[in-house]
Design a protein around this ligand. Structure first.
Ligand code: HEC
Ligand code: HEC
Length: 382
């Protein structure tokens, strides 16, 4: 659905800037952290608002259907062997269940995927879920400007449209060795233009305008905005439906008492700000300094039971390991860590039940039967 009013859009845009700032997180986390650290704990709030949609990229069923096929079609990769869905698969809540992803040249899906023996390509970071990324940057009941929505673990990109060119152009993810950063999109446009089904689908989705890079990413972003999961038992309990399980209700209270909500708050359970936690490096991998100042974006806790391994580098396999990490976290690193008291014993079990209530698997898990290129759906994953 479109944004209701231009006026509210501008107001929200301003507040989103205040919340998320520009690309430079260094200016943001410290003042924010101080305020959070000193002030009251914000509560995790209720339901997700209406999906924000940019006026420059209105949605339509034709565009959604096209974007879904592009998301699954390895035709978008230089070597025609990997799709967005390879690393963002519904079986793993639109992540890949790995600490770090295996890019082009790899075969198989999820934890069983193996890298090419001759040209192994492994991403430096953990795959993030695409579910609910339509709400990135949304911290309250108002929806922000979707063109400013922060993307990636370090929030270095803005908007789903802005994000989608990244993996296609990245050598190790989808581009491969045979095309350059400037030649990959012209190649993909040529390929798509040679497939009659894509020509007719683009024509329908974009009123006859020719296939180009901007329309490719617009279609993908439009599809991603439909990957919304707002029907978990948590959401249902919030909107007048049946209550969560007794354990999940106790867990919600224990979670609020744990100080986690200083950062994991709002409808996405994320303040969408950058914080320095001192997460350990994944053994055997180089240090990742995030935004350059060791800061990463607060992870959303929606579907968290299904999106492990955890943190920007997937260093923790379980929620219990995450709790253990917060027990020994260096509280001097961020003022919002001051009051963190990770749950223990029965409380920890209850908080995990609460996380399960945010992770019901009520999202779209469908997989297209075929893609217009005729290539294997999702790339070399079988
Ligand atoms: C080789 C695996 C791989 C492929 C292929 C891939 N991604 Fe990702 N994706 C990742 C990783 C890893 C990250 C986190 C990267 C970072 O923070 O630097 C990510 C992050 C994202 C995010 C940011 C989510 C957020 O909350 O900030 C979106 C959206 C996304 N990918 C969509 C896509 C789309 C669309 C495609 C296809 C055009 C795609 N990805 C292809 C691995 C992959
Ligand atoms: C100071 C802000 C802050 C506080 C307080 C905080 N977190 Fe986090 N949380 C983050 C950031 C930032 C990340 C991402 C860190 C990274 O990847 O390096 C994160 C990541 C996570 C993740 C992994 C998300 C993913 O997708 O991999 C979980 C789970 C989590 N936190 C749970 C908790 C719990 C439980 C508490 C309370 C005991 C808590 N957090 C307190 C900021 C915070």
């Amino acid at each position: 659905m479109p944004l209701p009013l231009r006026r509210s859009c501008v107001a929200v845009l301003l507040s989103l800037f205040a919340a998320c700032g520009g690309a430079d997180g260094n200016d943001l986390a410290a003042p924010d952290g101080r305020r959070n650290g000193a002030g009251a704990t914000p509560a995790a709030t209720a339901a997700l608002p209406t999906t924000p949609i940019p006026t420059s990229n209105p949605t339509s069923s034709a565009k959604v259907a096209l974007g879904r096929l592009l998301f699954w079609d390895p035709i978008l990769s230089g070597d025609r062997d990997i799709a967005c869905a390879t690393c963002h698969h519904p079986s793993f809540a639109y992540t890949d269940g790995r600490a770090r992803s295996i890019g082009t040249g790899g075969t198989g899906l999820g934890p069983r995927r193996i890298a090419s023996a001759t040209d192994p390509q492994i991403t430096p970071r953990n795959s993030m879920t695409v579910l609910n990324t339509a709400f990135n940057g949304v911290t309250g009941t108002a929806t922000g400007d979707p063109l400013q929505a922060p993307m990636f673990w370090d929030s270095r990109a803005r908007s789903l449209e802005g994000q989608a060119s990244g993996p296609i152009s990245a050598r190790g993810e989808m581009r491969g060795a045979h095309f350059g950063e400037t030649t990959i999109f012209p190649e993909i446009v040529t390929r798509l233009t040679a497939i009659p089904e894509y020509v007719s689908r683009f024509t329908e989705a974009f009123d006859g305008a020719p296939i180009d890079q901007a329309r490719i990413v617009d279609a993908i972003a439009t599809w991603e905005r439909t990957l919304v999961d707002h029907d978990s038992s948590y959401d249902r309990s919030r909107s007048g439906g049946p209550a969560m399980s007794a354990a999940a209700q106790r867990g919600e209270r224990a979670f609020a008492a744990s100080g986690c909500t200083h950062c994991h708050n709002g409808p996405m359970f994320s303040d969408f700000r950058l914080h320095r936690l001192g997460v350990p490096d994944l053994p055997g991998t180089p240090h990742d300094s995030g935004n350059g100042n060791d800061q990463f974006r607060t992870g959303s806790l929606r579907n968290i039971s299904r999106t492990g391994p955890y943190m920007h580098n997937g260093v923790f396999n379980t929620i219990d390991e995450v709790f253990q990490f917060y027990r020994r976290v260096d509280r001097r690193l961020d003022p919002a860590l001051d009051n963190v008291r990770p749950p223990q014993g029965n409380d920890a079990a209850d908080v995990k039940a609460f996380f399960d209530a945010l992770s019901d698997g009520t999202f779209d898990q469908s997989i297209p039967g075929t893609v217009p290129s005729g290539l294997p759906v999702g790339g070399a994953i079988n």
